[in-house]
Design a protein around this ligand. Structure first.
Ligand SMILES: [Zn+2]
Length: 107
């Protein structure tokens, strides 16, 4: 018996972690060739990659009002627990809330 993928009951995250490699690799190569990332060697012999300070500042400039939204996953298949409408929601403090019902962070 075949199981339909669409019957999957789990919420579907808009942000997909499975980046297609044919899109991912050119993006990463561009970051390196434009000097936007730098390899940082650690004292224990390991390393990690960091966005350069200029790149991080530019990201801040580009996303001033969306810091919170970008830090949380967005769900398409949930009802807003405040207005009960099915629309794009974010998980905020354990509740699924649509953008209109999300508490403003500017207050
Ligand atoms: Zn709502």
């Amino acid at each position: 018996m075949q199981v339909e993928p669409s019957s999957e009951p789990m919420p579907r995250a808009v942000r997909d972690q499975a980046y297609p490699i044919e899109a991912f690799n050119p993006i990463l190569r561009s970051l390196i060739s434009w000097g936007l990332v730098e390899r940082v060697e650690m004292e224990n012999g390991s390393h990690h990659w960091e966005l350069t300070t200029a790149a991080q500042k530019r990201l801040d400039d580009l996303t001033p009002a969306r810091k919170r939204a970008s830090a949380t996953l967005a769900y398409l298949d949930h009802w807003c627990s405040s207005c009960r409408r099915q629309r794009l929601t974010h998980l905020v403090d354990g509740r699924y809330l649509c953008q209109a019902c999300e508490p403003s962070k500017d207050l």
